[in-house]
Design a protein around this ligand. Structure first.
Ligand code: SER
Length: 337
């Protein structure tokens, strides 16, 4: 039996991950979220804890469990983090540090290295200008790491922190060397789910556009038609987390991996949406600050190391994502509503 903790279980990735994990009979799932688990989720988990991931009392409660694997999804996304940077740091950084320390203590107690899966983001990139962004194209893990947002800064730091806590924590003390923590991170593109909508992200224009059209609502897109960043269908996001978790440690040559699927402009997304929903009303009302954030993110990612090390390959390119996942599923969701 694998005891798995999912933080931010009520969030977008959490929803899809719980649905997939709960189908595996050898899992004992513990869910943490600030709010009570949403409709249909509570019955998928063995234990549900309600509370703030950065609260030491919550961590102490979770620590009583012999946890094998942690999917640490709880975070404030980029737009929310710009609105409340101090809270973002508290949750995104201090919350992560608290869980990493907890994971080390659990690993020390059980004698098994706790696997720690961390969703990082394309927000760790900081392109200096739209021209530089377009010229750079698909970026590797180690270039252009000068994020302009609190969220990007929090995530790039926690990527480093996870490696340190796994490999060098206490390197001048007796604690050094013990393999009690196994941190692995994925840099997610904007994720698009057919069944949930994101809150507080800056890649939200894509899912918002699609969900608005499916409900027959007009949508004013908050970035320019030419704005381009990578996106991914949610089932591929979940698959990537599970595949990276399952990869043998000796195959992994780095702790942080880019993963890509498709990288459309806002206008290309709008064209797809209009072909599925011909009455869709999409206009553009760029929000200068959110536009600047999207302009600072890379146009595409180079994920060749993930492909080589653990066989990453998305199931959904843009056509398949729309034709076989988003449009049919979303249409069902709103026809029931
Ligand atoms: N979807 C995230 C955001 O918009 C980016 O990782 O904040």
């Amino acid at each position: 039996m694998i005891t798995t903790l999912v933080t931010g279980a009520n969030g977008e990735i959490g929803h899809s991950l719980l649905e997939t994990l709960s189908k595996q009979s050898d899992r004992r799932i513990i869910a943490l979220d600030l709010s009570p688990l949403g409709h249909g989720l509570a019955e998928l988990v063995h234990r549900s804890v309600q509370g703030d991931v950065s609260d030491p009392a919550v961590v102490a409660e979770l620590e009583t469990e012999d946890i094998d694997e942690i999917y640490h999804l709880a975070a404030l996304l980029s737009t929310s983090s710009e609105k409340n940077p101090a809270l973002a740091h508290q949750v995104n950084v201090n919350g992560t540090m608290g869980l990493l320390m907890m994971a080390r203590r659990i690993g020390t107690r059980t004698g098994r290295a706790v696997k720690f899966l961390f969703p990082s983001t394309i927000a760790v990139y900081g392109m200096k200008s739209v021209e530089a962004k377009n010229a750079a194209g698909a970026v590797t893990e180690f270039e252009h790491l000068q994020p302009t947002t609190m969220y990007g800064i929090n995530k790039v730091y926690c990527e480093q922190l996870g490696g340190y806590m796994s490999d060098r924590f206490g390197q001048l003390t007796d604690e050094a060397g013990a393999k009690v923590l196994d941190f692995r991170a994925l840099r997610f593109p904007g994720l698009i789910s057919a069944t949930t909508v994101p809150t507080g992200g800056t890649s939200d224009y894509a899912p918002e556009m699609i969900h608005a059209a499916a409900q027959g609502k007009a949508y004013a897109c908050f970035v320019r038609p030419d704005a381009r960043i990578p996106f991914m269908a949610m089932p591929d996001g979940v698959k990537a987390l599970l595949d990276l978790a399952a990869a043998p440690m000796e195959n992994l040559t780095q702790r942080v991996y880019n993963i890509g699927a498709f990288a459309p402009s806002a206008e290309e997304i709008a064209a797809k949406v209009k072909s599925a929903f011909p009455n869709a009303e999409i206009s553009y009302a760029p929000h200068p600050k959110r536009q600047a954030i999207v302009d600072s993110w890379c146009a595409d990612v180079n994920d060749s190391v993930a492909r080589r090390d653990w066989g990453w390959s998305p199931d959904y390119d843009m056509d398949r994502a729309f034709n076989e996942y988003l449009i049919p599923t979303i249409s069902k969701v709103y026809s029931k509503a």
